[in-house]
Design a protein. Structure first.
Length: 75
């Protein structure tokens, strides 16, 4: 059964791998993306954003994030 959970450091590799997979598939990887992927706590969570993961059993199968850009603007 699919479950939506909050990001935690134990899922850092899953978060990185899932994001790199689709970015590289469409040749969209930029340095800004790599900063977020390699440092999600500092880049997203510590700035008031959120990262959610989709877990199916013991496997992380998806991820979504909301970045706080300031002034009530989220991306």
């Amino acid at each position: 059964m699919l479950e939506i959970i909050n990001y935690s450091a134990e899922y850092a590799n899953d978060f990185r791998d899932l994001n790199l997979e689709w970015l590289e598939q469409y040749s969209l990887t930029e340095s800004h993306d790599l900063e977020i992927i390699n440092h999600p706590k500092e880049a997203i969570l510590d700035k008031g954003g959120f990262i959610f993961l989709a877990r199916d059993g013991d496997k992380i199968v998806g991820t979504a994030g909301i970045a706080n850009e300031g002034n009530f603007i989220y991306e």
